[in-house]
Every structure is written in C-alpha cells, then in structure tokens.
Ligand binder design. Structure first.
Ligand SMILES: [Zn+2]
Length: 304
C-alpha cells in the first residue's frame, strides 16, 4: 500500500470522538487493540500508577487522538462502555460448513424477526456495515444502568457490546473489507423492549399480586404460541434453524420459571415433526438449544 491511510483513519477517529465516543487505536488492518495488555505492561506513561487497559485509555481528546494516529495507520476502536453506547452486533452465519450454511439466516434477519415479534419496527439509529457484511446498530445506553456484553441473549447471531466491549469504527479497514456508516443520524436511545431483554427485572422485585403473574403467564403463553407457529411455518431448508431459534428463545422463559420445560419440548417437538423433520432430529436440536439457553440465562441471573 503506497498511499498514506493515516489522514483518513485520523478523520474517522476524530469524527467518532466528536459524537462523544471514546476511541483507542487498533493494530493497523486488524480488530485487535494496539495498546499493550496487562502482562506486557511497562508500568510507565499512562500506566505509571498501574496498568490501564484500552477501556480506560480510550479518549475523546482531539490532541491525544491526533498524536496517536500520527504514528501509524491504526484502525479505530470505540470503547462502548465509556461512550455510553449499547451496540447491537448483527453477525453473519459462519460459513465453515459447506452444507446448509447458505440458508442460515443472518443476525440482521433474526433481529428483524425479533422486532416484528415485539411489535416494533427495526429502530432507526446510527448503523455501520462491518467488514464481514454484518451490521452494528449504535444506541445510547440509559444512564444509571451498567450494561455488559452479551452473546446470543437476544438471539442467535445477535450480540451486544457495552461495558467491557468495543466495536470497530466506520472508516477502519481489514483484509475482508471496510467498516462503513450506512446511515448517519445520531444514535437513538435503546428501545425499552430491548432493554427488558438485556436487563430482565429481578424476580424478587415482581409483586406477588395476581395481575402481574397473570401478565407474565400470558406473555409466556403467547411467546410459546408464536414460536411454535414460527417453527410450523418454516420453509424447507430453514426448519432446523427455526426450531433452534425457537428453543433458544423459549429456553430463557424456562430458566426464569415462566414455562415448564416439558411443555416447551412437547410443543416444539410436534411443530418440528409437522414440518417434516424426523423425531430424532427434533429431539437432538431441542435438547442442545434448550440446555444452552437455560444454562446461559441461569448464569446471567446468578451474576446479576
Ligand atoms: Zn499498562
């Protein structure tokens, strides 16, 4: 590469900082932080009083940004926590298997389906296209709530980045492509329905009164109905993925005690078999997806 990529990357870093997003350098052409890790800390400079990781060193100071990006064509990392951002990361299906990968839905399609199910449009907010063809939806996080990263909590191939996470900013380039802004309005605030998935109300806070229990019950029942319908109406080639997604979504409700496992298993087993999947295929997909979802959501609740 003969031309100097530094001015364009500096511009990208300054533009992000201008939005109030805290940036730090990523190794040129990669998604990896350029700053040293704790094991290699020299205990000098920024780390004189102890190691400071990228999340603490990320900045919106234009002078520090100019100084850093004058040294090398660093890609731009945005530390989502200090930036007050919640970024929804919509990934592409892995193409490791030669068979069956082409009809797997991408994260964007899964997220769109989730929005529809929640009765909302896909939120209009600052959005980038990632080097691999995925998307990052940037939302402002509510103040007073410390969200952390999630993987698969919202849906298959739908992750989130908040405290402890970062995203690659528009303008950065890797060997697979360039990150670009698809729409450039401000980041919208995190939709309440999304927040309720990421931050489920602690059960202890729920009043033990009739109406609340009834509401939670009817929500669980309608989720079960919807998921069962989704599976039953899945097209050839998407049946197993639909079953998998439904089991992951409902597994959360099992973990929270809103639905009994045998009820979910029976409903999805019947819906899966009705699409033409064999009983054994349904059972094995259901077992792994439910186990994953229940374990995942239990860990999350214990940590909360
Ligand atoms: Zn250090």
């Amino acid at each position: 590469m003969t031309h100097d990529a530094r001015p364009a990357l500096l511009h990208a870093a300054l533009e992000a900082a201008d939005r109030g997003w805290h940036v730090f350098p990523l190794r040129p052409g990669t998604k990896r932080p350029a700053l040293h890790g704790e094991a290699a800390c020299p205990r000098t400079g920024a780390c004189t009083d102890g190691h400071r990781k990228w999340e603490q060193r990320a900045t919106i100071d234009p002078d520090r940004i100019r100084a850093a990006w004058s040294r090398a064509p660093f890609n731009v990392g945005i530390a989502t926590g200090p930036s007050g951002l919640l970024v929804v990361d919509l990934d592409m299906p892995k193409t490791t298997s030669s068979k069956g990968s082409s009809d797997a839905p991408c994260g964007a399609a899964i997220f769109r389906a989730l929005c529809e199910r929640a009765g909302h449009r896909v939120p209009d907010t600052y959005r980038t296209r990632t080097a691999s063809g995925g998307q990052h939806l940037h939302f402002t996080a509510p103040s007073g709530v410390r969200l952390s990263n999630t993987a698969g909590t919202i849906g298959e191939l739908v992750d989130t980045r908040a405290w402890g996470g970062y995203v690659v900013a528009a303008g950065s380039t890797t060997p697979t492509g360039t990150y670009e802004a698809l729409s450039a309005p401000e980041a919208a605030s995190t939709p309440a329905w999304l927040l309720s998935i990421l931050q489920p109300a602690p059960r202890a806070v729920r009043a033990p009164s009739g109406p609340v229990t009834a509401q939670s019950g009817s929500y669980a029942d309608s989720a079960l109905d919807n998921e069962t319908r989704n599976v039953a109406s899945a097209q050839l080639g998407a049946r197993e993925a639909a079953l998998f997604r439904a089991a992951r979504a409902l597994g959360r409700l099992i973990a929270w005690g809103d639905l009994p496992r045998h009820t979910v298993e029976q409903a999805l087993q019947e819906a899966g078999e009705a699409t033409g999947l064999t009983a054994a295929e349904c059972r094995s997909t259901l077992r792994s997806a439910l186990n994953w979802s229940i374990a995942h959501n239990q860990v999350k609740r214990d940590a909360a």
